[in-house]
Structure formats: structure tokens, C-alpha cells
Design a protein around this ligand. Structure first.
Ligand code: HEM
Length: 516
């Protein structure tokens, strides 16, 4: 009898749930997720994970720029997802001190240790000020331009010439990741790993960074106890991350020890401008919390710069060229602009001309307003860092009216932000470099809480100028000399990761541009 009533109760409860979810709690929009008992919205999210960025765009467009995500019971995944520029400005700038990166961020990105991305307060201030002073140094900036030009001349151009001559298909995303891996490694450590070459060698460090990024993405959508359990027993992404962590440690410690050896043997170039040398000589009376004698501090610093510089710029270049491939007219306009403003002009043989690099004047790149607009469009539609999260230390009310409790999670989704019609206009989904040009022909400045690709407020990206200069240098050289075509039928879609990679890479053919 007792058993029968238990069955009855269960059936009644089940019917109640169905009634509740299908009749009473009608969703305000079909794209919104159903909030199931105990499981929250996680089942629906898992079904959409393969197209998570486009899905988030639909939800936020219909949710008036904000969406409350409910995770599983006690899963710690409840969060406010916002792309409201007023909220972003409030969190990133006007109320910055209430929104540190926090312990949650550090837990998810534990592979970065105490690097600049992971820390707050006084340590972050010392790291930021020291990095800013090193990167603003004109010698570092010349070093950065020289590094890009040298990689172009000795790496990218020979590779593209080879691909064109042999009529090969190449993955342009892989090429750009290799290019930016090498240049960032040189800036960070002074050593060139030679990842970009005709042989396209497999570089353990680069593969480990990819694996770590993917595993960290999945930590964002799994309850903490699940990924912690996976880590404990060494399963799936967490096993990959553990292996990646060990590889990254080994590679960084090897560089640090070589650099220390060079310095002690006096073979290190005293004027080296790489960040590792600069941090080994950092003024600890000025930056009291930095410890150049500690290899772990140097490892966290080098690794953070590698992640900051390699993937972001590589991703931006890839999406930029894909957009250009679909917009012939934009290529024509960029070519006209280059011919008008760049003194070395467009030469068929420029790809192999040493003089061309020697006569390169980075100031001339500033005149390329249309190219600048086209790159900003790519960064708006395909932000290399597709989301960021924050957590208030004290309970707060956002400009949108949402109350956020102390310790709760807030997620900014940059990919949807760049596509919101209420933020960018009805043509938000279109690639229009012209939107970045004023009637007077100068560049439009959009506030960073609207164009968030380089972050906003006191934690704005420190490498913005380095990255823009590098992307423009590469763009000019490739557009002047090569015609790039995406292989027919190649599918392009973003991969779920903390960096906006392409899921299947970008398969292209390359031919030398014929000039009239
Ligand atoms: C297209 C290229 C790039 C994009 C889109 C980009 C974007 C960003 C974003 C969104 C952040 C904030 C991340 C966060 O707080 O979690 C950031 C921070 C940072 N970026 Fe970049 N970045 C780019 C290139 C670079 C390069 C080339 C470097 C250095 C060589 C660099 C150095 C940094 C540093 C050091 C920070 C930390 C700033 C801080 O926390 O105070 N970035 N970047």
C-alpha cells in the first residue's frame, strides 16, 4: 500500500513538473532556455554548445541585452549574462574596484598562475605598471616592429610563395598562429622557436596552449565539482589540461634557465628588449611585489604574455582575411589606399625584396584609414577573446536594474555584443569598414564599453598598439602580393574555446597577385 502511494506521488509530481514547464512558465521567447528543476538551464545549453556564440546572440537580442542563466542546483553556474554597454561601463570603469577578477577566475585559469591576467590589487598594479613601462619604451616598440618584419621576410613570405608555386592548400589559421607564436615568443623571451617554416613543425608548446584553452572553456560550462572530479581521476579535457600544464612549465623553465645562463656567462645582449630580460632586471625597489629571482614568477609572466599575444592576434588575422575573401570590394579599396599612401608601392616582386623591408615606414600605416576600419570590423564581429567574467565584492545594482549579489557571476559576451542591433544599428551583422570612417575621412572612435575587443577601463589590453601594428603590416604585405581564395565548400564556424578559433581552420589556396 505504502509502495502504491509512493508511485502515485511520483506520478503526480512528474505531472506537476510537465504542467509547470509547458503550461505555466511559458518562455518569453522560443530561443530562451527552459529552467528545469535541479538541472537548471544546463540541458538546453549543452544542446546549443556547438553553436554557443550564435545562440547567445539570439538570446541576448531578444532578452534586451541581458539574460539570467540558471545552472544546476548547487552547481555554482548561475550568472547574469550582459552585453549592455551601460553595465559594461559601470563594471569595467566607474565601479572598477568592486569588480576584481576574483578567485573564481583564478580557479578556472589556474594554468596562468599569478600572471597579470589572474591577479588583482597590489600585485596586479605592479605587474601592469612594469609591463606598461616596458612595452611603451620606444626601443621595445622598434623591437616589436623589427620582429614582425623579420618574420614576414623569413617566414610568412617564403611560405606563401611556396604554397602559391606548388598550388597547395594551406590552413591560414595555422599559418597565422605560427606567425604570432614565433613573434610573441621572441618578444616574450628573445628566442625564436621557428614554428613558421616550410616544414610546419609540430611545436609542443603551441599544441599545449591550444589544449589548455579548450579545457578552460569547458570548465566554464561544467559544475565545478564535475571538472574537479575529472581532474582528480585524470579524465577527458582535464587530463589534456594536466599534460598541457606540464609541457608549458617545462618549456618556460627551460627558457628562463637558458636566459639566466646567458646573463651569468655574459653572452646575453645587454640591450635585449625581450620581456624576460627586462623582468630579470626589473627594478624591485619600484615594483616591490615582483620577484625576478623566483622562476615561478618569471614562468607566470612569460606564459601570460604568450597567451595574450599569440592567439588573440592570430585569431584576429584569420577572421579578417576570411571576411576579406567574402568582400572583394573591400580588397580593392584597401589596395587603392595602399597604392596611394605607402611609398614602397605595390610591387609584384616586393615579396622577396630586402630593400622593401628596409624602406618600411610604420608611420605610413597610420594613413590607412580604410584598412584600420576593416580590421576593427573583424574585431567587432569576431572578437578574439569572446567572453569575460566578473564578480562583485559587494552587492550592487547595475544600470540595467539587475541586482548582483556579492560573489555572484557576471559574464560579458563580446561576440554577441558586436552583433546587437540596438548597439550597432540594423546593419550590425554586416561587414562594413565604412562604419569606422567619419565624413572627413578620419577614423571613428567607438567607446571601449561598446567596442570591447581590447577590454575597457583600467585593465585595457596593453598590447593593442603592438597588435594593430602587426596586423596592418601583415595585411599590407599579403594584400599587396597575394590573392587568397577559401577552398570551395570549406565550412567556417567558431570553435568553443576561450579564444575565438575556427573549428575547422581556414583552408585556402594562394596565388601571386597580378598587377595592372
Ligand atoms: C588582436 C589582438 C589582441 C586582442 C583582441 C587583445 C584583447 C585583450 C583583452 C580582451 C584583454 C582583457 C583580458 C582579461 O582581462 O581577461 C587583454 C588584456 C591584456 N592584453 Fe591583449 N589583446 C591582443 C593582443 C595583445 C598583445 C599582442 C599583447 C602583448 C604583446 C597583449 C597584452 C595584454 C596584456 C598584458 C593584458 C592584461 C592587462 C591587464 O590585466 O591589466 N595583448 N587583451
Amino acid at each position: 500500500m505504502a509502495l502504491v502511494s509512493l508511485v502515485d506521488i511520483s506520478i503526480a509530481f512528474f505531472c506537476f513538473l510537465i504542467f509547470q514547464f509547458f503550461l505555466i512558465s511559458k518562455k518569453p521567447h522560443p530561443s530562451f532556455l527552459t529552467n528545469w528543476p535541479f538541472l537548471g538551464m544546463l540541458p538546453g545549453l549543452i544542446l546549443e554548445i556547438h553553436r554557443v556564440y550564435d545562440f547567445a546572440t539570439e538570446v541576448l537580442e531578444h532578452g534586451n541585452l541581458n539574460y539570467l542563466f540558471k545552472g544546476p542546483f548547487l552547481g555554482g553556474l548561475d550568472m547574469l549574462i550582459t552585453v549592455d554597454p551601460a553595465n559594461i561601463h559601470h563594471i569595467m570603469s566607474s565601479n572598477f574596484s568592486n569588480y576584481p577578477k576574483g578567485t573564481e577566475f583564478k580557479k578556472l585559469f589556474d594554468v596562468l598562475g599569478d600572471g597579470i591576467f589572474n591577479v588583482d590589487s597590489e600585485l596586479w598594479k605592479d605587474l601592469r605598471k612594469s609591463a606598461q613601462s616596458m612595452m611603451m619604451n620606444p626601443e621595445f616598440q622598434s623591437f616589436s616592429i623589427a620582429t614582425s618584419l623579420s618574420k614576414l621576410e623569413k617566414g610568412l613570405v617564403p611560405l606563401l610563395d611556396h604554397v602559391a608555386k606548388e598550388k597547395l592548400v594551406v590552413d591560414l589559421e595555422d599559418v597565422f598562429q605560427r606567425f604570432t607564436f614565433d613573434t610573441t615568443f621572441v618578444l616574450a623571451t628573445g628566442y625564436d622557436p621557428g614554428c613558421l617554416s616550410l616544414e610546419m613543425p609540430e611545436i609542443e608548446f603551441a599544441r599545449a596552449l591550444d589544449d589548455a584553452e579548450e579545457a578552460i572553456f569547458y570548465r566554464h560550462v561544467k559544475p565545478e565539482m564535475v571538472w574537479k572530479m575529472q581532474r582528480l581521476i585524470g579524465l577527458g579535457d582535464e587530463l589534456k589540461l594536466k599534460r598541457a600544464h606540464a609541457i608549458l612549465d617545462r618549456a618556460c623553465f627551460k627558457c628562463i634557465s637558458s636566459k639566466r645562463d646567458e646573463i651569468s656567462r655574459g653572452t646575453n645582449n645587454i640591450s635585449s628588449k625581450d620581456l624576460l630580460t627586462s623582468y630579470l632586471n626589473v627594478d624591485t625597489t619600484k615594483y616591490k611585489l615582483l620577484n625576478p629571482n623566483d622562476d615561478k614568477f618569471l614562468r607566470d609572466t612569460v606564459l601570460s604574455f604568450m597567451l595574450a599575444g599569440r592567439d588573440t592576434t592570430g585569431s584576429a588575422l584569420t577572421w579578417f582575411f576570411w571576411l576579406l575573401c567574402k568582400n572583394e570590394e573591400a580588397i580593392t579599396k584597401i589596395l587603392q589606399e595602399i597604392n596611394k599612401n605607402i611609398s614602397s608601392g605595390t610591387k609584384t616582386d616586393a615579396a622577396n625584396s630586402k630593400d622593401d623591408y628596409d624602406s618600411f615606414n610604420p608611420q605610413e600605416l597610420k594613413k590607412l584609414v580604410y584598412l584600420h576600419g576593416a580590421i576593427c570590423e573583424a574585431l567587432r564581429l569576431y572578437p578574439p577573446v569572446p567572453f569575460q567574467h566578473k564578480s562583485p565584492t559587494k552587492t550592487d545594482v547595475l544600470p540595467s536594474g539587475h541586482k548582483v549579489d556579492a560573489g555572484s557571476k557576471i559574464l560579458f559576451c563580446l561576440y554577441p555584443l558586436g552583433r546587437m542591433k540596438s548597439v550597432w544599428g540594423e546593419d550590425a551583422l554586416e561587414f562594413k569598414p565604412e562604419r569606422w570612417i567619419t565624413d572627413n575621412g578620419t577614423s571613428v572612435h567607438e567607446p571601449s564599453y561598446k567596442f570591447l575587443s581590447f577590454n575597457a577601463g583600467p585593465r585595457t589590453c596593453l598590447g593593442k598598439e603592438v597588435a594593430m601594428m602587426q596586423m596592418k603590416t601583415v595585411a599590407v604585405k599579403i594584400i599587396q602580393n597575394y590573392d587568397i581564395k577559401v577552398v570551395e565548400g570549406h565550412k567556417v564556424e567558431p570553435a568553443p574555446s576561450v579564444i575565438l578559433h575556427m573549428k575547422h581552420g581556414l583552408k585556402v589556396t594562394v596565388s601571386k597577385r597580378c598587377l595592372v
